[in-house]
Write a protein that binds this ligand. Sequence first.
Ligand code: IPE
Ligand code: IPE
Ligand code: MG
Length: 246
Amino acid sequence: MGYKDKIDLTRLPEHVAIIMDGNGRWAKGKGKLRVFGHHNGVLSVRDVVEGAGEIGVKYLTLYTFSSENWNRPSFEVTAIMELLISTINKEIKKLMENNVRLNAIGDLDMLPGKCNKELKGAIERTSGNTGLVLTLALSYSSRREMVQATRNIALKVKAGELDPADITEELFAQNLYTHNMPDPELLIRTSGEHRISNYLLWQIAYAELYFTNKLWPDFRRDDLFEAIYDYQHRERRFGMTSEQVN
Ligand code: IPE
Ligand code: IPE
Ligand code: MG
């Protein structure tokens, strides 16, 4: 029996975020180039997106390319950008079929023109879909996102539109890329690394963290279901005592 049947569908996390890691090591383990791992990682994305939609997760946010990833060898960066273009192109039909709304967060202007155009076209085409909201974090840095938010707020204060006393957690959150989605309740990272790598630092303040040794190209929907099952067996206390939350 898979994990799907064990999940309590009435207590799903609304928002699941994933750090898709381990493509390079997966390929290396097979004696192939790192790029081979990225290509196979796309199959995991497809399966996990379908799995998330199938059980009714509302938001899925995938760490696809970090601001720091621009520092990789140019051969790899170019290959990833090309893969992104061809994948969006190929998957758009499936996204429409599955009622998925595509979204992207990050410094999108840093992406090559063709990539940005393809992405914006797909976001536009899927904008009427009402199912899963699939967000790709691209050229994303959480610290940069927060600095940008601070700058936006500072400009409003300077213009006399905002009183510093009115700067609240809610207002700050409204100035982040993620203003139109709830915070993730569950963050998954594959490949056995136990770090956050500049991902959604503000938003995961109270997320449950789930680490698996599986490398991303080996991750499938049942692994997502297993992570959700694990999440459902945790006690989320938010600073209170066990007695209070039960
Ligand atoms: C994740 O896999 C994909 C991206 C960061 C783009 P990696 O490419 O980081 O694979 P490893 O961690 O080197 O194995
Ligand atoms: C994080 O993975 C970024 C993505 C998954 C897109 P990395 O492989 O870049 O993270 P570090 O460098 O090992 O922390
Ligand atoms: Mg990595």
